[in-house]
Design a protein around this ligand. Structure first.
Ligand code: ZN
Length: 313
């Protein structure tokens, strides 16, 4: 199939309403080799593809989305103008990119995505400006390594972290990203398993002071009393003189779940232990955070809904 004028391919075996091309390895390679006007490529649930090669002749390809391709092991990209890449899979596959790649936006969903992003992405994607990582399960702390994201401005981290995970290890991203302006973290867990700062008589650790010069807007959703999460928040306040807005959200962090927004007029259910932990998070905010917020910072605290999330003690 020679399609020099084709600008968009969506290969989705499960969603038949959208334009569809069932891709099987060599067939896909042949298709891509003849689609030099392609600007956007999405591959989803292509279980027969093991190696994906995006050839350099795709000079106009801007966006690539790869999700749930179970047998995929390697992605090789030689298309020099690609600027947005979304990857969703159980584990990250081997990535190989051409030297001239100008990738600006990366969205990565997989196990261990946070550690992987910090350890290996700076050298692969030195020009990133927007990075979103969603880890289904983060086992190890984010490593402190010397490599940098010199142009990274927007960082989103969503993670389900192991009980021993130290949220303060995320400081590694701040140190690596001198241009960082916005940071969004969601660490919501239905049942909080991290050590609570409220149960620790030693109080909070004080991290070595850094200077995160450009950081202006920080949101932490799923805010709990997890000791290292409170410590991370204090560190941000004490190290970010440019900070303008700080939002701490003790709910799941999604507006559409709220009764004020959704059509049902009722908030989506929160588990009883999640509501109770949210209260612990609010107490930790009062105890450790409120008192160190500089007056110039717009400080917002989001609580569980007072009408829909009532729990009798
Ligand atoms: Zn409500």
């Amino acid at each position: 199939m020679g399609l020099p004028a084709l600008q968009r391919i969506i290969s989705m075996q499960r969603e038949r309403r959208r334009r569809q091309t069932r891709a099987h390895g060599n067939e896909l390679a042949c298709l891509l080799a003849n689609s030099f006007a392609l600007q956007q490529l999405g591959l989803s649930h292509c279980s027969k593809i093991i190696r994906l090669k995006i050839p350099s002749l795709l000079q106009r390809l801007i966006t690539l989305e790869v999700s749930a391709c179970k047998r995929l092991q390697t992605i090789e990209i030689e298309a020099q103008c690609l600027s947005k890449f979304w990857f969703t899979g159980e584990w990250l596959v081997q990535l190989s990119f051409g030297e001239a790649l100008q990738l600006k936006t990366l969205d990565m969903h997989c196990h261990g995505a946070v550690c992987e992003a910090r350890a290996n992405l700076p050298s692969t994607f030195p020009n990133l400006e927007t990075l979103s990582v969603f880890s289904y399960f983060e086992m190890v702390n984010t490593p402190m390594v010397g490599s940098k994201f010199p142009f990274l401005k927007h960082l989103t981290v969503k993670l389900a972290a192991a009980p021993a995970y130290d949220y303060c290890s995320l400081i590694s991203f701040f140190d690596a990203s001198p241009s960082l302006e916005t940071f969004f973290l969601n660490g919501f867990q239905a049942s909080m398993q991290h050590p609570s700062i409220l149960a620790d008589p030693s109080g909070r650790r004080r991290m070595p002071k850094h200077c995160h010069d450009k950081l202006r807007n920080v949101t932490i959703a799923g805010f709990s009393s997890a000791k290292s999460l409170v410590e991370l928040t204090c560190h941000i306040l004490e190290s970010s003189e440019s900070l303008e807005c700080l939002t701490l959200d003790a709910t799941e962090g999604y507006d559409y779940l709220r009764c004020s927004v959704n059509r049902s007029g009722k908030c989506f259910c929160m588990r009883r232990d999640a509501i109770l932990e949210a209260r612990h998070g609010l107490l930790a905010i009062k105890t450790y955070i409120e008192g160190i917020v500089p007056p110039k910072v717009k400080f917002t605290v989001v609580e569980p809904c007072s009408q829909c999330h009532v729990v009798e003690l």
